[in-house]
Design a protein around this ligand. Structure first.
Ligand code: GRF
Length: 200
């Protein structure tokens, strides 16, 4: 299982970090396609700069399942085996999740289950958390909810702003996502309910 399909809606820095890992030979995988539901997403330009197949599939005005069916069709056409959500700002339909059971990953900028949803870094900062971080998890139908593959903590420093904390978390995300992808591609895990046990 090696072919990745990236779904994004914006900047795409996590996608770019994964693409760099692959290009440098540190991650044994192939990005078969990058799909954005936002036509102007900078991540699409990045994909083209990497020489990757970049597909703009606008979601605006479409019913969730109708749209997801279009995305699934492109992923299938490209032979995608593992779907990587990288700043993809849409909930997946049950049909999508069923189509790729335990084959969809997401990254979230907090230590779940703390601070799910939008602006997780700002939520953690405003709450006064002393530690935050990022989480890579399998995707189910609920927001930021599926079984956790890897997490990484980062400290919240006295002189942090929400922006400096976000930058520290993002740097950790860029490392963690590729590590989690490598682990899942290698099948070095076992799942028991919500628990993902890593095997050596
Ligand atoms: C990241 O913080 C990620 O954790 C969240 O959305 C953001 C996407 O950033 N899901 P980028 O588009 O990868 O730069």
């Amino acid at each position: 299982m090696r072919k990745l399909g990236i779904l994004l809606s914006g900047r795409g820095s996590n996608f770019a970090a994964i693409a760099r890992r692959i290009a440098s030979g540190r991650l044994d995988a192939e990005i078969a396609v990058v799909i954005s539901n936002k036509p102007g997403a900078p991540g699409l330009d990045t994909a083209r700069e990497f020489g990757l197949k970049a597909v703009s599939l606008p979601s605006k005005g479409l019913e969730r399942e109708t749209y997801d069916r279009q995305v699934i069709d492109v992923l299938r056409q490209q032979g995608v085996e593992l779907v990587i959500l990288a700043g993809y700002m849409r909930l997946l339909s049950a049909a999508f999740v069923r189509e790729f059971p335990l084959r969809i990953l997401n990254i979230h900028p907090s230590l779940l289950p703390s601070f799910p949803g939008l602006d997780a870094q700002h939520q953690a900062f405003a709450y006064g958390a002393k530690v935050s971080g990022c989480t890579v998890h399998f995707v189910d139908e609920k927001l930021d909810h599926g079984p956790i593959v890897l997490q990484r903590a980062v400290p919240v420093e006295n002189d942090d702003t929400a922006d400096t904390l976000s930058a520290r978390i993002l740097a950790a995300e860029h490392e963690l996502y590729s590590e989690a992808i490598a682990l899942v591609l290698a099948g070095r895990y076992r799942i028991d309910g919500r628990r993902v046990m890593l095997l050596s």
